[in-house]
Design a protein around this ligand. Structure first.
Ligand code: HMG
Ligand code: MG
Length: 302
């Protein structure tokens, strides 16, 4: 048996640091440094950079300047600069900002849905309908997120069937893929495998991405399980920036540097220049006077 022979040969990383990372930092990063971060990530080879979030600034003040970030960046050809859009106001801002792609976000848990976007799962899907319609008219691809796929801070365990149902609804609405969020990083390779058993029986794995927070240190192991199921799209955050403002105890996403290092070891191509990426993460952490949570960056002693 060769456990790595059948892995995908290429994986696309979706860099979520400028959004998922920065939305949860207590000290805001200055606008010019956010712009520098996005540009540095694209220059390091990340072909999708989640650049901001067009949510209510009352709910997430750290993302209030996303419009200015989009205005300020120099764009590289071939890179998609994306944003979250919870409602029509968000979509209008995304269009004004010329985002290349947007994302709607739902949850597999009712309590999390209420606390994160102030409505039930059903209401969130109804709210996304006009967003999807307008995005379609503007030929804007829409990604769907499902939070709490391996556990909820308020409800505990989540039934994989609940994840399947919300994922299906997002795909039926027109999302081109669903990113499965282990929002509080509570999953293990066991629970990830049980989830993917259920999802992959019903959904083409090419329509699934993984979004693992690393609170319990399981993210890389969980991603490896995802690769074994054929998943080729992984969300990660430079320097392990981030968390979630509505999930107490959630640490940042798995660090992009650590994912790139693991993929290199597996012989899986990601197109990212690891040294350049480490330099981007170090610079950002220096600007925020924050510890770099990438283990690879720490080991390199940069
Ligand atoms: P609400 O309070 O129910 O709705 O919020 P509202 O329509 O009454 O809006 C409240 C105020 O916000 C109003 O202003 C609106 O105009 C304004 P006021 O009249 O009071 O002056 N507003 C907006 N302003 C700018 N842009 C907008 C916008 N929408 C409303 N788009 C709402 C509902 C969805 C807006 C709110 O709950 C919200 O913004 N939530 C966002 C929460 C969030 O961003 N969470 C983090 C992202 S999700 C995540 O991190 C998980 C993920 O990473 C995956 C994982 O890890 O699981 C994706
Ligand atoms: Mg997240």
């Amino acid at each position: 048996m060769n456990a790595i022979e059948d892995l995908p040969k290429q994986v696309e990383l979706i860099e979520v640091g400028p959004r998922d990372g920065l939305q949860n930092e207590a000290e805001p990063l200055a606008l010019e440094h956010k712009i520098e971060l996005v540009e540095g990530l694209a220059a390091a080879g990340l072909s999708t950079v989640e650049t901001g979030s067009f949510v209510s600034p009352k709910w997430v003040p750290q993302m209030a300047d996303s419009d200015a970030v989009f205005r300020g960046i120099s764009r590289r050809a071939g890179v998609a600069y994306t944003a979250l859009t919870p409602n029509m106001r968000g979509l209008e801002r995304a269009l004004e900002s010329k985002a290349d792609e947007v994302a709607v976000f739902a949850a597999a848990s009712e309590s999390f849905s209420q606390r994160n976007i102030n409505c039930s799962i059903d209401d969130s899907i109804a709210r996304f309908e006009p967003v999807m319609e307008a995005a379609r008219q503007h030929k804007l691809p829409v990604r769907g997120y499902v939070s709490c796929v391996l556990g909820c801070p308020y409800e505990g365990e989540i039934d994989p069937q609940a994840v399947l149902e919300v994922s299906r609804r997002l795909l039926e609405l027109g999302c081109y893929e669903v990113s499965l969020g282990d929002t509080i990083g509570i999953g293990t390779p066991g629970s990830m495998a049980r989830l993917l058993d259920v999802l992959s029986a019903d959904i083409d794995v090419r329509q699934l991405a993984l979004h693992c927070h690393d609170s319990y240190g399981q993210a890389l192991a969980n991603l490896l399980v995802g690769l074994q199921y054929g998943i080729r799209r992984i969300d990660s955050s430079v320097a392990g920036l981030g968390g979630c403002p509505y999930a107490t105890g959630a640490s940042g996403n798995v660090a992009t540097e650590d994912v790139v290092y693991m993929l290199q070891g597996l012989g899986v191509e990601s197109g990212v220049d690891l040294d350049a990426l480490i330099a981007v993460g170090e610079r950002c952490c220096g600007q925020m006077q924050r510890r770099n949570h990438s283990r690879v960056a720490q080991a390199r002693g940069s």
